[in-house]
Design a protein around this ligand. Structure first.
Ligand code: UN1
Length: 497
C-alpha cells in the first residue's frame, strides 16, 4: 500500500487515490480504472482506484476508530466544519463545476447548480448543529421528565449515482456527519472525481482523520461488500430501482437500516386551461435538462386531447432550438449522455416505442457526425400517441425522451399518473384552483409541482418518492439529520424523598 498526498493536476489522466483514515492511498489490489469525458472520449479525466474488499476493511477500521471521538464532538463544532466546507466549496465552485462538466457532460449552468446544492446543504446542516436535537413532552405521571435525544448510528455506507456527482454525495454525507456518524462513501464509477474533491474540501475544513472515507471502484462488488458489512449500521443509496431492491434485500437480512432513492417515471399533466407556453418551457427544461438524466426528469406528458396538438407543436419547436454539444461551451443547452452504453440504452427505447406503435415526432437517433463523433450524444426524442400501457409510458428511460399520452378528462389524467409503478415527481399545469387542490390529494407522488417543471427541488424541503421510487425515507430538509440518527426516549423520575 502506498500513502501519499494528492498529486498535482495534469492535463491528461491524473492518478487519483482513495481517501482512507485521513490519507490518500492506492488500492491494495493495485488496479485502476479510467474515466473519460463523454463529450470527447479522447479527453481522459483520470485514473481511479479499483478498490477491493481489503480496502473496505481499511476504511471500516479507520471509520470505527474515529467514531467515538467524532460522536462526542459537540454538534455545533461538527457544524462549524461544515460551514468552513461551504466556504471552501464556494471558493472552488468554478473549478469544480468545470471538472464536473468534463467528467459527466452536463452543461456548466447545471454543474454550477450541482456544486451550489453542496454549498447550500453544507450551510443548512451547519445550522442543524445548533438546533434542538429532540423534544420534551409532559409525562402523565407526577415528577417525571420525558425527552428524546439523537444518537449516532455508527458507520454509514453511502452509495451515490453519477448524475449529481457532488450534490448527492454532499446531501447524504453532510447530514450523516452532522449526526455524529462516520462515513464510507462510494461514488459512481462514471463520476468518482467530484466525491474525492468533496473529501478534499472537508479535509481542508478540518474534518478529523477517518470520519469520512471515500473509495472508488465497481458498483456491484464494492457496493455489495459495503452493504453487507456487519460493522455498517446504515446504507443510503440513490440509484436504480433494480439496485435498490438488491440493497434492501441484503440490508433486510441483517436488519440494517437502508434509505433508498430510486427511479421515476415523472409525469407532467397539461389540462386544457393550462398556460401552454409555460407548460412547454417547463417540459423542455424538465425533460431535456441534464440530458434527461435526473430521477426527477419529465418522462411522460399527459395532455388533455383538446390541447394536444398545440402543445406538441410548440414542444417540438422548443426542442428543435436546443443546442446540443460540449457542456463547457456556454452556447450549448444540452450535453451528452454519461457514456456510450447509455446511448444504446436510450436508443433501445426509441426502437421499443416504434414497435409499440407510438408515433415518433422528433429525434430518435444518436448524433455521430462532426463535433459529435467522439461523444455520447442523443437527439431530444418525442413520441406522441403513447398508450399508458406501453413500455415507453411505464419504464424509466433516463435520457432526453418524452412520451406524450393523450387523455380526455382530469380524472383520466390522474388515473394515468397513478398507474405508474413509480411516484417521485409530478407536475400539473392548470389555472383551476379546484382541480389544483384535488390533485394535491389525489396524486401518488413524493413531490408535486403546480405550473412548474418536475425538477428543481430545493434543499430545505424533504426530497423523495412514493411506491417504487424509494422505501419511504425523505432526504434533505429538516428530516435529514433524523434519517441518520437513532432516537432515544429518556425518562427521569424525581419523586420527593
Ligand atoms: C436526482 O436526479 O437524483 O429536483 C435528484 C431535482 C434535483 C434533484 C434531482 N434537485 O431535479
Amino acid at each position: 500500500m502506498s500513502i501519499s498526498s494528492p498529486v498535482p493536476e495534469t492535463k491528461q489522466g491524473q492518478h487519483y487515490q482513495n481517501f482512507i483514515g485521513g490519507a490518500w492511498r492506492d488500492s491494495r489490489g493495485g488496479e485502476t480504472f479510467v474515466s473519460t469525458n463523454p463529450a470527447r472520449t479522447s479527453d481522459v479525466i483520470g485514473y481511479y482506484q479499483k478498490s477491493t474488499a481489503a480496502d473496505i476493511e481499511d476504511a471500516i477500521e479507520a471509520a470505527a476508530q474515529a467514531q467515538r471521538g467524532w460522536a462526542t464532538t459537540p454538534a455545533p463544532e461538527r457544524g462549524e466544519i461544515l460551514l468552513r466546507t461551504a466556504a471552501i466549496l464556494e471558493r472552488r465552485k468554478e473549478e469544480l463545476a468545470a471538472l464536473m462538466t468534463r467528467e459527466m457532460g452536463k452543461i456548466l449552468r447545471e454543474t454550477r447548480g450541482d456544486v451550489q446544492i453542496a454549498i447550500d446543504v453544507a450551510r443548512y446542516m451547519a445550522g442543524e448543529g445548533r438546533r434542538a436535537e429532540g423534544e420534551t413532552v409532559p409525562s402523565a405521571l407526577p415528577n417525571k421528565f420525558c425527552m428524546t435525544i439523537r444518537h449516532p448510528l455508527g458507520i454509514v455506507g453511502i452509495i451515490t449515482p453519477w448524475n449529481f456527482p457532488m450534490a448527492i454525495p454532499a446531501w447524504k454525507t453532510l447530514p450523516a456527519l452532522l449526526a455524529g456518524n462516520t462515513v464510507i462513501l462510494k461514488p459512481a464509477s462514471d463520476t468518482p472525481l467530484l466525491a474525492l474533491k468533496l473529501a478534499e474540501c472537508l479535509q481542508e475544513a478540518g474534518l478529523p482523520a477517518g470520519v469520512l472515507n471515500v473509495l472508488t471502484g465497481p458498483g456491484g462488488s464494492l457496493g455489495d461488500a459495503i452493504t453487507s458489512h456487519p460493522r455498517v449500521s446504515m446504507i443510503s443509496l440513490t440509484g436504480s430501482t433494480e439496485v435498490g431492491r438488491r440493497v434492501a434485500e441484503i440490508c433486510g437480512r441483517d436488519l440494517r437500516r437502508c434509505a433508498l432513492e430510486l427511479g421515476g417515471k415523472n409525469a407532467v399533466v397539461v389540462l386544457e386551461d393550462a398556460d401552454l407556453d409555460l407548460a412547454v418551457a417547463s417540459v423542455t427544461s424538465g425533460a431535456f435538462g441534464t440530458t434527461g438524466q435526473r430521477c426527477t426528469a419529465t418522462s411522460r406528458v399527459i395532455v388533455q386531447r383538446s390541447a394536444q396538438e398545440a402543445f406538441t407543436e410548440r414542444l417540438v419547436a422548443a426542442a428543435e432550438k436546443l443546442q446540443i454539444g460540449d457542456g463547457l461551451n456556454p452556447q450549448v443547452d444540452m450535453g451528452p449522455l454519461v457514456n456510450a452504453g447509455r446511448v444504446n440504452a436510450v436508443h433501445e427505447y426509441t426502437e421499443i416505442g416504434k414497435r409499440e406503435g407510438a408515433h415518433l415526432v422528433m429525434g430518435g437517433h444518436p448524433l455521430r457526425e462532426r463535433e459529435y463523433h467522439e461523444g455520447a450524444f442523443y437527439q431530444p426524442t418525442i413520441f406522441t400517441g403513447v398508450a399508458p400501457t406501453m413500455r415507453i409510458a411505464r419504464e424509466e428511460v433516463f435520457g432526453p425522451f418524452v412520451s406524450i399520452v393523450p387523455v380526455d378528462t382530469y380524472e383520466e389524467a390522474i388515473s394515468v399518473v397513478n398507474s405508474s409503478d413509480y411516484g417521485l415527481s409530478t407536475a400539473v399545469f392548470t389555472e383551476n384552483s379546484r382541480l389544483t387542490f384535488r390533485a394535491m390529494r389525489e396524486i401518488e407522488s413524493g413531490l408535486i409541482y403546480f405550473n412548474a417543471p418536475t425538477t428543481g427541488s430545493e434543499i430545505h424541503l424533504p426530497f423523495g418518492g412514493m411506491k417504487a421510487s424509494g422505501n419511504g425515507h425523505r432526504e434533505l430538509g429538516a428530516h435529514a439529520v433524523k434519517e441518520f440518527s437513532e432516537t432515544k426516549t429518556i425518562y427521569v423520575s424525581y419523586p420527593p424523598r
